[in-house]
Design a protein around this ligand. Sequence first.
Ligand SMILES: [Zn+2]
Length: 462
Amino acid sequence: MGWKRLTIRALLLLLSVGQTWSQYTNATFLAGENIPRNNEQESRDAGPEIEFTYHDHDQMTRYLRAVSARHPSLTALYSIGKSVEGRDLWVMVVSASPYEHMIGKPDVKYVANIHGNEAVGRELLLHLIQYLVTSYESDSYVRWLLDNTRIHLMPSMNPDGYSKSKEGQCNTIQGRNNARQYDLNRNFPDFFKPNPKQPQPETIAVKEWISKIQFVLSGSLHGGALVASYPFDNTPSSIFESYAHTPSVSPDDDVFRHLARIYSNNHAKMSRDVSCQSTFRTFEKGITNGAAWYALTGGMQDYNYLWHGCMEITLEISCCKYPPANELSKYWQDNKQALIKYLAEAHRGAHGFVMDSNGNPVEKAAIRVKGREVTYHTTKYGEFWRILLPGTYRLEVTAEGFLPQEVEFFVIDSHPTLLNVTLHSAKDFPPSGAITRQKLARRPTKNVTSVKEDGAISFPQE
Ligand SMILES: [Zn+2]
């Protein structure tokens, strides 16, 4: 079934009134956190080299500290809170500006091991960290990415579950849930159905985190299948109807399909309709709408999108949830290109600033692309991002105390479109309520030069 426009509108209105849509990018968030800067000689000597073995929580912590000690200008390590059993929920930022948000440039993230027994993503993120920091000097694409993007990597959202899971167990559920036996990917507020599950420390920490940083793009790493799944996971349909595997189509379905395709196309075999077992279904081109696969309540990707304007998809990257360690290098090779290319998609579409007539940023201005019934909000710097495919769009910008503004703009494949919108105070104009129109210049962002056939933006000297 299609998009239930009226219901969604009413709910969005409720949310915007009842919830704190803290859609701001907070450059001081990290400074306010206790960032463990580990300068011990031991850590430096240990070095950040990482092998294709599984790392328990202490080993992972030592590795992350060693990397942050060795690469202080490219990494920042912080914890967003603790698990039920008191393990830190580590996040490593990899960027040319690890400690501070770069105004006008996107923050992106990967979260892995939300299900504690789905262990491949956890190790892949540790390898991704190493790959990024060691390629910055030698690889112009990685340098471009880190110079223009702040990448937040959370190797484990469920370290307690991981500690109870067992290597070699492909299809069990041992360690899937957190220490209180809650499934963390069913523990977020839900847009379509009530979610009575008690919020867990791990999800509370993640909600707080993504309310403080405006993430533009995100991937949640899972195991047990080979597919890129995109919103919506849940559906307004009844339980009976949801068994029909009907897609639950979001207003940005075209964009989500594109993002999922970017991952599956750049993966070694995801797009080849691989079946994990002879009895398992395949996914056309390696992608699926979440609800078309199976509907679920309280998932993280719908929450990221509807609450915080973050385009998150779910990446099922291994048929076996916890394969033997000697297979890890194969998984890294299969996913490396996809993990890196996907993040660059944060630079697709339109982005810019909303300012008042004095040039001051307007925070929490509501940003809406006409025809897409979902509202994004500007950060405290007046920034917004909207990942969009090529086409002509109209942007509606509203903010309390200002006249609404409507702007037509184009998105092309090869360049992000920079849109700067000036809002005029409602006091300065007669209360006609007329929408003003503003002609905007389209300026390409530097460095983005060409687009490959698979739609991935490519960059100079790649
Ligand atoms: Zn999972």
